[in-house]
Write a protein that binds this ligand. Structure first.
Ligand code: DOR
Ligand code: ZN
Length: 347
């Protein structure tokens, strides 16, 4: 059994950094270990235009700790009114790396999202033409669809028709949570990748609901049955280039989570690499951790891997992680898998 692994510095292909005091408080948790991250645009108001993205990028760069080379990879929030030429200009300027598709109402701050995919086909056609990636929150939103079925229904009703209409479009299925998602991505050519979160590799829906409701395990898409977690583990640890890390680390303050109507999101930035080392070690797949966290993502986005490395070590005694990160907006609880972790990144 290996007690130490050195890998190319990882990237996070799906991250919520928020803004203001929250951004200032949590940015160091990501910049400590990650080289780059795809930055989600679901601020209030959302990052819709090139100038919104440029200003947000500057605020992120200003929030980096001294000496950090962390690079935010910006995205635009797709709306029914997005202009294909604005998107193309922002990409040509090197300002954005992807466009984010939220079905309207699917999740946190998605009210301005897409109400019908027909409304955004001109943008998607332009993206396919210029080689710009579409990141998709793949959940159907019709109120009658059971929350545990929303990912599978979206594949049939929206994603597969889109793949057939625009096979050249580079797509990232974000934070897949089901065997259906894994199987669909595997059935597609290599310009269709998927991010998988750390927490969906570690928890199933029982963790949220058995023995009392656990708001810090609630996120969207919600964790599913155990058979789905096992399918995600197999995909992530296989080394298959279509699957890569997107933590979806999504900070909310404790009062916002521990509420009668709690927000969706697990905050995993602080301990993600240690948790992943635990998962890959447990599955006898440590040699594939680098592919999942550091190599497959850049290939999907047509970027080079980072040039430096990190080392993750296993100790006999469990490693202690902070329960919470204090921010100017209030405390944010760090994801706790509910069992000991013996891994830590050597800073
Ligand atoms: O759990 C989630 N939290 N899922 C999302 O899609 C959005 C995110 C957030 O912004 O809090
Ligand atoms: Zn997200």
């Amino acid at each position: 059994m290996s007690n130490s692994i050195t890998i190319t510095r990882p990237d996070d292909w799906h991250l919520h950094l928020r803004d203001g005091a929250m951004l200032a408080g949590i940015a160091p948790e990501t910049t400590r270990h990650f080289g780059r991250a795809i930055i989600m645009p679901n601020l209030v108001p959302p990052v819709v235009t090139a100038s919104d993205a440029a200003a947000y990028r500057d605020r992120i760069l200003a929030a980096r700790p001294a000496g950090s080379n962390f690079e935010p990879l910006m995205t635009l929030y797709l709306t029914d009114k997005t202009d294909p030429n604005d998107v193309a200009a922002a990409y040509a300027d090197g300002l954005i790396r992807a466009v984010k598709y939220y079905p309207a109402g699917a999740t946190t701050n998605s009210d301005s999202g897409v109400t019908d995919i027909k409304n955004v086909m001109p943008v998607l056609e332009k993206m396919a033409e210029i080689g710009l990636t579409l990141c998709i929150h793949g959940e159907a939103t019709e109120p009658h669809i059971d929350i545990f079925d929303r990912e599978a229904v979206f594949i049939d009703t929206t994603l597969d028709p889109l793949r057939r209409a625009l096979p050249e479009l580079n797509i990232t299925s974000e934070h897949i949570t089901t065997k259906d998602g894994v199987d669909y991505v595997k059935s597609q050519p290599k310009n269709h990748g998927a991010t998988i979160t750390t927490h969906h590799l570690m928890i199933n829906r029982n963790h949220i609901l058995v023995g009392g409701i656990k708001p810090h395990y609630y996120c969207l898409p919600v964790a599913k049955r155990e058979e789905h977690r096992i399918a995600l583990r197999a995909a992530a640890t296989s080394g298959d280039p279509r699957f890569f890390l997107g933590t979806d680390s999504a900070p909310h303050t404790d009062p916002a989570k521990e509420s009668g109507c709690g927000c969706a999101g697990c905050f995993t930035a602080t301990n993600t690499m240690a948790l992943l080392a635990h998962v890959f070690d447990e599955d006898g797949a440590l040699p594939n951790l680098e592919k999942f966290a550091s190599l497959n993502g850049p290939a999907h986005y047509d970027l080079k891997p980072n040039t430096d490395q990190i080392t993750i070590e296993k100790s006999d005694l469990p490693v202690t992680y902070p329960d919470k990160i204090e921010t100017g907006d209030g405390p944010v609880t760090v994801f706790n898998p509910g069992h000991d972790i013996h891994w830590r990144v050597v800073d």
